[in-house]
Design a protein around this ligand. Structure first.
Ligand code: AHG
Ligand code: MN
Ligand code: MN
Length: 297
């Protein structure tokens, strides 16, 4: 079954926007060979952009603007939410055009992450209509969730996204993907990581959030980019990374937390807001929340 058929029961504007993003993703997947290297610009987080960051951002913005399917568009690479007055719908999208882009130069898997809202994107993640991500690896895969299961498609030789797995449920598994430097860990987090290691969790961390979470979704365990000494809000962005991936993992039977509460209940105050992230199995998320209650630091 292809993506369009699979989406047929959903609202027309949501269906069309996912199909539109899937078409842009095909172009992005073909764009890596000729766009290696860095750009001469930085984004609002002070991070040096690579050529693909800039190109994928411009492509997604222009194609989504042209589609008239989106009214509000927030991009990780843009300082402000864009509003398209001529939109025929009231959809709001968040995009991380290329997540894990520091790995492009070494040919590891990177992705595109999209959150879908009805109206304002500065809303708690629990109110999302849905979310999706595309992973550019040996295969290009597309995973979407519109509150009715998490479904995965793979781009085939004919250029179609065909169903690979339906109703994905996160299994129990002993993988951990810990961001930040160990020397900067705060006490509760340090205790959490030591506990996982004592239980035999295996380290799997690539530096690409979307790829690392994709692995956790399929194999179980936990990804974390915690608060750390020097950054009490961690590194990852609530709107562009944590909320959409957290929505998908939660819908697959897992959970997402800032270490203390369900991250999807947090109302963003700014598009650039960062948040500590724990995402994965319910068991691991319950464990870190419990450890934070015991140790208030
Ligand atoms: P982006 O490429 O969109 O800027 O995101 C990078 C993020 C995320 O993908 C990854 O988990 C994290 O940064 C890696 O950070 P470290 O290099 O500090 O591990
Ligand atoms: Mn990112
Ligand atoms: Mn990015």
């Amino acid at each position: 079954m292809n993506l369009e058929t699979h989406l047929s029961e959903h609202d027309e504007d949501v269906k069309q926007v996912i199909l539109h993003v899937s078409e842009v993703a095909k172009k992005i997947s073909r764009g890596f060979a000729t766009r290696q290297g860095v750009s001469d610009s930085s984004n609002i987080y002070g991070e040096r952009q690579v050529a693909m960051d800039v190109w994928a951002d411009e492509l997604l913005i222009s194609e989504l603007r042209g589609s008239k399917l989106v009214r509000h568009l927030a991009s990780e690479e843009q300082p402000d939410v864009l509003t398209f007055e001529d939109s025929t719908s009231d959809l709001g999208l968040t995009i991380d055009p290329l997540d894990g882009s520091s790995l492009i130069g070494v040919n590891l898997a990177v992705g595109t992450i999209v959150g879908i809202y009805r109206g304002d994107v500065l809303s708690p993640g629990e109110g999302m209509l849905g979310a999706m991500y595309v992973l550019y690896g040996p295969l290009t895969t597309l995973t979407y969730c519109l509150r009715e299961g998490v479904h995965e498609f793979a781009l085939d030789d004919n250029g179609d996204f065909v169903l690979q797995e339906e109703n994905i449920v996160i299994p129990e598994g002993k993988i951990y993907a810990p961001g930040a430097l160990r020397r900067d860990y705060l006490p509760a987090h340090r205790g959490f990581i030591e506990r996982l290691e004592a239980e035999g969790y295996k380290l799997r961390y690539s530096g690409s959030f979307v790829a690392d979470v994709h692995q956790i979704l399929h194999k179980g365990g936990v990804f974390t980019y915690p608060a750390y000494a020097g950054s009490e809000m961690g590194k990852l962005r609530l709107l562009f990374e944590a909320a959409p991936m957290g929505f998908i993992v939660s819908q697959a039977g897992g959970a997402v937390s800032d270490g203390r509460r369900d991250l999807l209940t947090i109302k963003p105050e700014a598009v650039s807001q960062r948040v500590p992230v724990y995402i994965g199995g319910k068991r691991e998320i319950t464990l870190i929340e419990g450890m934070h209650k015991e140790n208030t630091s």
